[in-house]
Ligand binder design. Structure first.
Ligand code: GDP
Length: 416
C-alpha cells in the first residue's frame, strides 16, 4: 500500500560517497547497505537476522547499488545515498549530484591516499560548501599508513582534518580503532565476515600516548573552530563530555570548518558501523540548510528562496533519469519544499509544461516502495514524467520557481 512520507527532517541524511576509482566506494556502500539491512530486518521480524550468514543475507537481499538514490535506515535515521559519479568527464553530472545532497563521505585508499580524481571532486564540493567527512579505507592493505593519508588530505586538499579515530594495528593486524571522542577502543575480534559488531575495550596501553596526543589535537582543532569550546578549554582544560564534544564536531562540520576523519577496512567489515554513526551524528539534515535559492521563470535576476518545509510551495529538482527494467523511465528528484503527490499535476517551470506525476517510489537496496506523497527534504523516483529532463524544476503552478539557472553550474545552496 502506498504511504505518505513526510518524515521528521531532523532524522534524514542525504549523503553522497565520493572517491577516486578503486578507493572502495562500491565496497563501502555495499557494507553500509548490509549493516543497515540488518537493522531493517531485526526491526521488522525480530528473528535474530544479524546472525544470518553473510552470503545468505547478500543473496537474499540482492545487495547491489543500482539506483541513483538508495534509501536505508540506521538507528531511526533515514539515510538517502545519492550516487556521485567518480569520473570527472561529466562535470555537470557531478555538480548536480553535489547540489542534491546535503553532506558527503570521501573515501580514500589507505595506501594511495589523495589521488587526482579525489582532488577534483573535493574542489567541486568546496564550491558548494558541502560538509564532508573522510574515511581512510583499506587499512588492511600492505603499505597502508593512516597518518600519511591524513597528511596528504592536509597537503593536497587544504582541509582542516579532525581526526576522530586512530587505528589499532596495521596491515594484516589491523583490528580496530581508538575512538578519540569516547576515549575507548572499538575492536573487531575474530571473523568479521558475518557482520558482527565490534567490542568496546580499553585503549591498548601501547597506544595510550598516541591516543592522548591525538585527543589533544582533536580538542584544539575544535576550539579553533568553535568559540564555546575554546572558552571552556581555556578555563577548564579538556573536561568535555561526549555529547558536548559531538555537538561541537557537528557545528564545525556543518560550517565546513573541519573534516572529521575515520578509518577502517570496508572489505573486512571493520569501521563501517562507526562510520554510519558518524553520518548520523555529524552530517547535516535537510533542516540544516537554510533553503534553496532559485529564480522567477524567465527572470534570472529575481531570486526566490524556498525553505525546507512541507508548508512551502512545491519545488523539486530532477537530477537523474534512469531506465528501470521493470518500471521504464524513472526520474529521480529531490524535493526541496512543499509536497509531491502521486497522481497530482505540477508545472515543469523550466520548460513551462504541465506534468502529471504518475507513481512515486522510494528506492531501497533490494526493493522499491510505492509512496502516495513525499515531503520536503526527500529524494524519490517518479514514474510518468514526459518532458522533464535532468536539471529541470518541478514546481507549484501558482507559485513557480526555477532552481537551476541556464548558466548552471553556479553555487546556490547556503548552509545555516
Ligand atoms: P570503487 O572503484 O571506489 O567503487 O572501489 P571498489 O569498492 O570497487 O573497490 C576496488 C577494489 O578494492 C575491489 O577489488 C575491492 O574488493 C577492493 N577493496 C575495497 N575495500 C577494500 C579494503 O578495505 N581492503 C582491501 N584490501 N581491499 C578493498
Amino acid at each position: 500500500m502506498a504511504v505518505d512520507i513526510t518524515t521528521d527532517l531532523n532524522a534524514v541524511r542525504n549523503i553522497g560517497i565520493m572517491a577516486h576509482i578503486d578507493a572502495g566506494k562500491t565496497t563501502t556502500t555495499e557494507r553500509i547497505l548490509f549493516y543497515t539491512g540488518i537493522t531493517y530486518k531485526i526491526g521488522e521480524v525480530h528473528d535474530g537476522g544479524a546472525t544470518m550468514d553473510w552470503m545468505e543475507q547478500e543473496q537474499e537481499r540482492g545487495i547491489t547499488i543500482t539506483s541513483a538514490a538508495t534509501t536505508c535506515w540506521w538507528k531511526k535515521h533515514q539515510i538517502n545515498i545519492i550516487d556521485t559519479p567518480g569520473h570527472v568527464d561529466f562535470t555537470v553530472e557531478v555538480e548536480r549530484s553535489l547540489r542534491v545532497l546535503d553532506g558527503a563521505v570521501a573515501v580514500f585508499d589507505g595506501v594511495a591516499g589523495v589521488e587526482p580524481q579525489s582532488q577534483t571532486v573535493w574542489r567541486q564540493a568546496n564550491k558548494y560548501a558541502v560538509p564532508r567527512m573522510c574515511f581512510v579505507n583499506k587499512l588492511d592493505r600492505t603499505g597502508a599508513d593512516f597518518y600519511r593519508v591524513v597528511d596528504s588530505i592536509v597537503q593536497k586538499l587544504n582541509s582542516t582534518p579532525l581526526v576522530l579515530q586512530i587505528p589499532i594495528g596495521a596491515e594484516g593486524d589491523f583490528i580496530g580503532v581508538v575512538d578519540l571522542v569516547e576515549m575507548n577502543a572499538k575492536v573487531w575480534r575474530g571473523e568479521t565476515q558475518q557482520g558482527e559488531d565490534y567490542v568496546v575495550e580499553e585503549i591498548p596501553a601501547d597506544l595510550a600516548d598516541k591516543a592522548a596526543e591525538y585527543r589533544e589535537k582533536l580538542v584544539e582543532t575544535l576550539a579553533e573552530a568553535d568559540d564555546d569550546i575554546m572558552e571552556t578549554y581555556l578555563e577548564d582544560g579538556d573536561t568535555f563530555d561526549v555529547p558536548t564534544l559531538k555537538a561541537a564536531i557537528r557545528r564545525a562540520t556543518l560550517a565546513d570548518k573541519v573534516n572529521p576523519i575515520l578509518t577502517g577496512t570496508a572489505f573486512k567489515n571493520k569501521g563501517v558501523q562507526p562510520l554510519l554513526d558518524a553520518i548520523v551524528d555529524y552530517l547535516p539534515s535537510p533542516l540544516d540548510v537554510e533553503g534553496i535559492v532559485g529564480h522567477k521563470p524567465g527572470d534570472e535576476e529575481t531570486e526566490i528562496l524556498r525553505k525546507p518545509s512541507v508548508d512551502e510551495p512545491l519545488s523539486a529538482l530532477a537530477f537523474k533519469i534512469a531506465a528501470d527494467p521493470h518500471l521504464g523511465k524513472l526520474t529521480f528528484v529531490r524535493v526541496y519544499s512543499g509536497k509531491l503527490e502521486a497522481g497530482g499535476t505540477v508545472l515543469n517551470s523550466s520548460n513551462g509544461r504541465k506534468e502529471r506525476i504518475g507513481k512515486v517510489y522510494q528506492m531501497h537496496a533490494n526493493k522499491r516502495e510505492e509512496i502516495a506523497s513525499v515531503g520536503a527534504g526527500q529524494i524519490v523516483a517518479v514514474m510518468g514524467l514526459k518532458d522533464t529532463r535532468t536539471g529541470h524544476t518541478l514546481a507549484d503552478a501558482s507559485k513557480p520557481v526555477v532552481l537551476e539557472s541556464m548558466t548552471f553550474p553556479a553555487p546556490v545552496i547556503s548552509v545555516a
